[in-house]
Design a protein around this ligand. Structure first.
Ligand SMILES: Cc1ncc(COP(=O)(O)O)c(C=O)c1O
Length: 485
C-alpha cells in the first residue's frame, strides 16, 4: 500500500464514518448518550486534545491527571452522598469498574477465608453481563437470582442466597435489560447484617438517577452499600473511556490496587486493570463536570424525564405494545402486551426492525429462560437521552406507525435452520462448531453480513433457541470475521 497524504486519509475516514449509525440527534436509542448540547461536545474535544499526550500510568510525573481525578472522584462522591472516607478511582468504563468491584470484594473475602474454595457472586439475572465476565476472570461462581416477567427481582429471593461463601452481592441502579431499580436498601441491609460486601452497579444510572424524581435511596446513604460504579461516558456525557468506581472505605479501595517491586523495571502501582492509559476521556469528563455542575445534570435529567413520560404515554396508547414492569429511570424495555389476543400483539423485534426503516434504532433483546423456568419475554430496549426532547413527537409517531405495520405478525421463526443444526449435532448438550463450521452456519442463516439496516428478528430467534454455547460461538465468529483483514 502506498502512503497517502493527511487530507486523503481524513477523507477516507469521513467516508467510513458516513456508514455509521448517527451518534447525535437521538435516533439511536442505545450505545450513545447525546446531551443535545454542542458546547459540551466542543469543550470535551478541546480538553481531550490538551490531555492527549499524557500517560495516566503515572500521576506523579503528570500531576494534572491526579488533579482531574481528585475533582471527578470528589464530584461523584458528593453526588452519591458519600462521606469523606469514601475513596475511589477513575476507570476506562463500566466493564472495568464492574470487574474491579468484583476483584476487590473477592480479595477482601479471601483475606477473611484463606482456606475456603471458590466464592459466589450473587446478582439478579438482569445484572449486566460484565459481572459474568468478572466471575469468569476472577474465578467466582456466578449465582443469578431469577426475576419476574416484569424484569424485577424480589429482595427476599436475593437475600435467601446470602451466606458466608458470598464474596459480593450486586444490585443494579437500574438494570439495563428491564430498567428496574433493584431493591438496594433491603439487599444491602441484609448483606451488612451478614458482614458481606454489596456493590451498586450504577454504571447506567449513576449520573441521572441522583436527579430522577420519586426514587428510594440507592447510594451511600443506604447502610451496607460498600461500593458503587457510575459511568461518565453514559449519562455523564463524556466520550467513551471513562467511569468512576467508589468504595465506602479507604481500606476497601486499597484492595483494588496492584503493586509490585518484584521485577527489575520501574515500580508498578496500578489502581485499575490497565497500565498505560489515555488521559483524554478523563480530561473530557473532568471538563464537562466542571462546566455542568450538579445543576447542569439536574436540568438534563429533567429533559430525559419529560421524554420518558411522553414515551410511556405513547406506548400506553398503542394496542398490543407494553412497557416491561415499572422502569425507574431512562431505560425502557418494550414488550408484546400479552393481555390482548396474539393477533393484536406487537412483537418487539419486528417492531425494532420496522422502526429502522423509519430511521430510528431501538435495541433487540432476546427472550431469556431463567434457571427457574420463568421466561423473560423478548423485548426492545430504549436508552432515552436529553436530545430526544426535540424529536420525541416524531419518535412516538414513528412508534405508532411501525406498531400498526407489524401488529399481529408472529415472532420470527428459524425452525428449518434449527432442525438442520440439531441434525448436525449442534443441539442441546451437543458439540460446539469451530470457526469454519460456525461461519458456514452463519452464512446458511443469512447472518454473515450483519449491518445496522438488516432485520435482526431472525438472528434474535436463533439466539433464543440455540443452546447458549452454540449461539455464543456463532456470535464470536461473526464479530471476529468483521475485523479480519
Ligand atoms: C448497568 C450497566 N453496568 C455495566 C455496563 C457496562 O458498561 P460499559 O459498556 O461501559 O463497559 C452497562 C452498559 O450498558 C450497564 O448498563
Amino acid at each position: 500500500m502506498t502512503a497517502s497524504g493527511p487530507a486523503e486519509i481524513l477523507d477516507r475516514l469521513r467516508a467510513l464514518r458516513a456508514g455509521d449509525a448517527p451518534t447525535h440527534g437521538g435516533r439511536v436509542l442505545s450505545y450513545v448518550y447525546d446531551s443535545g448540547r454542542e458546547d459540551l461536545d466542543e469543550l470535551a474535544d478541546a480538553a481531550a486534545r490538551l490531555a492527549r499526550p499524557l500517560n495516566g500510568l503515572d500521576p506523579t510525573v503528570f500531576p494534572s491527571i491526579a488533579a482531574m481525578e481528585r475533582d471527578l472522584i470528589g464530584f461523584t462522591r458528593r453526588m452519591l452522598h458519600g462521606g469523606r472516607g469514601v475513596a475511589g478511582s477513575v476507570t476506562s468504563g463500566g466493564t472495568e469498574s464492574c470487574l474491579l468491584a468484583v476483584k476487590t470484594a473477592r480479595d477482601l473475602w479471601r483475606q477473611r477465608h484463606p482456606d475456603a474454595g471458590r466464592p459466589r457472586l450473587v446478582t439478579a439475572t438482569t445484572v449486566h453481563a460484565a459481572f459474568q465476565k468478572a466471575a469468569q476472570l476472577f474465578d467466582l461462581e456466578w449465582d443469578p437470582v431469577p426475576c419476574g416477567t416484569d424484569g424485577a427481582v424480589v429482595a427476599e429471593d436475593v437475600i435467601a442466597r446470602l451466606d458466608d461463601d458470598v464474596a459480593l452481592v450486586v444490585v443494579s441502579a437500574p438494570a439495563y435489560p428491564s430498567g428496574a431499580l433493584d431493591p438496594v436498601a433491603a439487599v444491602a441491609g441484609a448483606a451488612a447484617d451478614r458482614d458481606l460486601s454489596c456493590h451498586v452497579d450504577a454504571c447506567f444510572g449513576g449520573f441521572v438517577l441522583p436527579w430522577w424524581p420519586g426514587l428510594a435511596a440507592w447510594d451511600f446513604r443506604v447502610r451496607g452499600v460498600t461500593s458503587i460504579s457510575a459511568d461518565l461516558h453514559k449519562y455523564g456525557y463524556a466520550p467513551k473511556g471513562v467511569s468512576v468506581l467508589l468504595h465506602r472505605t479507604r481500606r476497601r479501595h486499597r484492595a483494588q490496587f496492584f503493586a509490585t517491586t518484584r521485577w527489575p523495571g520501574y515500580p508498578v502501582v496500578n489502581p485499575t486493570l490497565l497500565g498505560s492509559r489515555s488521559a483524554s476521556p478523563l480530561a473530557a469528563a473532568w471538563a464537562i463536570t466542571q462546566h455542568l455542575g450538579a445543576d447542569g445534570y439536574a436540568e438534563l435529567t429533567a429533559a430525559i424525564h419529560r421524554v420518558a413520560v411522553a414515551v410511556r404515554d405513547a406506548v400506553d396508547g398503542i394496542p398490543g405494545l407494553a412497557v416491561m414492569g415499572d422502569p425507574a429511570g431512562p431505560a425502557i424495555a418494550l414488550v408484546a402486551d400479552t393481555a390482548v389476543l396474539p393477533a393484536e400483539q406487537i412483537d418487539p423485534h419486528r417492531l425494532a426492525d420496522e422502526l429502522t426503516t423509519h430511521g430510528w434504532r431501538i435495541q433487540h433483546q432476546p427472550g431469556f429462560t431463567q434457571a427457574d423456568g420463568v421466561r423473560m419475554p423478548p423485548s426492545a430496549h430504549l436508552t432515552l437521552t436529553p436530545v430526544l426532547e426535540h424529536g420525541v413527537a416524531e419518535f412516538t409517531r414513528a412508534l405508532r406507525a411501525a406498531s400498526d405495520a407489524v401488529r399481529g405478525r408472529p415472532p420470527a421463526r428459524v425452525r428449518t435452520l434449527l432442525t438442520g443444526m440439531r441434525l448436525l449435532g449442534y443441539g442441546e448438550g451437543g458439540r460446539v462448531p469451530g470457526p469454519k463450521a460456525a461461519w458456514r452456519l452463519l452464512r446458511l442463516a443469512g447472518a454473515d453480513h450483519v449491518s445496522a439496516e438488516q432485520p435482526m428478528a431472525a438472528l434474535m430467534a436463533l439466539i433464543e433457541q440455540l443452546p447458549a454455547p452454540v449461539a455464543e460461538t456463532l456470535l464470536t465468529e461473526l464479530l471476529a470475521r468483521i475485523s479480519e483483514p
